[in-house]
Design a protein around this ligand. Structure first.
Ligand code: C2E
Ligand code: SIN
Ligand code: SIN
Ligand code: FE
Length: 415
């Protein structure tokens, strides 16, 4: 330990929380402020600006946006024009530079090995504490040779599982950070850390949820073993068709980026109800009798009702809700002659109208236990011929424009 590594006092070791409800074990910032009644209006204004930033951070959905916002606040609110965010990359055993201000582009890709003996960033990270060097050139721990930099404050970015990186504030002045500046910087970094943690939990939850739902769909599909690539193709077709519809703006009211991402996953749920169909029907090598076909047709309602039940019990989120629409209605027809409910036209959810085209294209171009495959061109013509009867005419037209893309997916993702 070197004398220059002035560790700031206790307030920096806690996570100040500006939310009205303090987290257990966390000292609310109001208490911290009350314990140091020396701050002027300037400090209050800075706190208010940071509170506003905090409210915005909660809604940010990607790391880079969070970094940029926080660095902007470091510059505009706190007045430090040199800053950098390093995140720990466990595989590389290094702190990797992820965002910066005030350094030129040559620092891109820079990383600091955490096993290195010296370095202020490494020290702050491995000892999980803020490190303040009021005069870096006199500091034996300093090793990043930037001739402009005079003082530096490095604060660990903490998650529930310990430090995940460091935030580096730099100044071209010596002794640039007063005690209260250090506390404000700590507050700013802690807000950023909370936002990053939220983001990570959110992403983890979303991918766990998707994995479980898609796994369920695959399990259902595995009963008729020959359909290996079917789910992946249906999802890929649905994305192509939905993106094309979105570019054309015909369904702009519904189709945004989230809609595209959601249908790309929910489409996999269309036939989930086939788990409820007995083997002798599902796996019958020849044509179905009318009675068997009636049993087969119940797969739409079984899947739809199951997913709807999940929505009712566990809360609606878009993927399940859309999955329920698709399972219920992917065999409905534009002219009202489909099943199970005989819906017509735009009363059929758009997502189901899109998946209907994708499902039939894939069924036609695939060999099934009950039929041979037909070539791409014939499948395309059959779908075009079904426009306005079986299929939504707009969706069918956009399909024919994208038919080449469908064919590419078909040959890339084989059974
Ligand atoms: P699937 O095989 O995935 O077919 C989905 C949809 O693609 C069918 O819905 C139908 O609209 C269309 N399709 C499939 N093959 C052909 C075809 O050769 N010609 C035409 N014009 N359209 C075709 P559909 O008819 O409601 O069938 C739903 C599911 O019922 C099928 O899913 C399949 O699993 C089963 N199925 C239908 N017909 C038979 C059959 O004769 N034998 C057996 N074993 N299963 C059948
Ligand atoms: C079938 O696949 O047996 C029915 C074809 C159709 O209804 O279009
Ligand atoms: C939807 O699937 O989001 C509804 C859109 C429509 O029915 O046109
Ligand atoms: Fe189906």
């Amino acid at each position: 330990m070197h004398d220059n590594d002035t560790a700031p006092g206790a307030p920096c070791a806690v996570i100040p929380e500006l939310e009205p409800v303090p987290v257990a074990g966390v000292v609310p910032v109001a208490q911290v402020v009350a314990a140091h009644p020396v701050h002027g209006e300037d400090f209050t204004a800075k706190l208010a600006a940071m509170q506003q930033l905090n409210a915005r951070l909660i809604f940010m959905r990607d790391e880079q946006t969070i970094f940029e916002e926080v660095m902007t606040a470091a510059q505009s609110v706190l007045g430090y024009d040199i800053c950098a965010v390093f995140l720990h990359d466990p595989a590389a055993r290094a702190l990797r530079l992820r965002a910066w201000r005030g350094y030129d582009d040559r620092v891109r890709g820079f990383s600091i090995p955490i096993e290195r003996e010296i370095g202020l960033c490494r020290l702050a990270f491995s000892e999980d504490r803020p490190v303040y060097s009021p005069d870096v050139m006199a500091d034996p721990n300093y090793c990043m040779a930037d001739p402009e930099l005079c003082s530096e404050l490095i604060i660990p970015i903490r998650s529930r599982r310990g430090p995940i990186g460091v935030f580096d504030f730099g100044s071209r002045a010596l002794y640039a950070f007063a005690d209260e500046d250090i506390r404000l910087c700590c507050t700013l970094v802690d807000h950023m850390a909370i936002s990053l943690e939220n983001l990570r939990l959110f992403d983890e939850l979303a991918s766990t949820r998707d994995a479980i739902i898609l796994g369920m769909a695959r399990l259902a599909e595995s009963r008729d073993g020959a359909m290996g690539g079917h789910l992946d193709r249906i999802c890929a077709y649905s994305r192509i068709l939905t993106e094309a519809l979105s570019r054309q703006g015909t369904h702009a009211r519904f189709v945004d980026e989230e809609y595209v991402e959601t249908i790309t996953r929910s489409a996999a749920l269309h036939d989930i109800g086939k788990v409820g169909i007995p083997d002798e029907v599902l796996l019958k090598p020849g044509h179905l009798t009318p009675g068997e076909y009636e049993i087969m047709k119940t797969h739409a309602g079984i899947g739809g009702a199951t997913l709807e039940e999940m929505v009712n019990r566990h809360g609606s989120f878009f993927m399940l809700k859309m999955g329920a629409d698709i399972a219920w209605a992917h065999h409905e027809r534009w002219d009202g002659s489909g099943y199970p409910r005989g819906l017509a036209g735009e009363t059929i959810p758009l997502s189901a109208r899109i998946v209907a085209v994708c499902d039939v294209y894939d069924a036609l171009t695939s060999q099934r236990i009950y039929k041979a495959a037909i070539p791409h061109d014939r499948a395309r013509d059959l779908i075009l011929a079904g426009a306005g009867q079986h299929f939504d005419p707009t969706v069918a037209r956009v399909f024919t424009e994208q038919a080449g893309e469908f064919q590419r997916v078909r040959s890339r993702l084989r059974d």
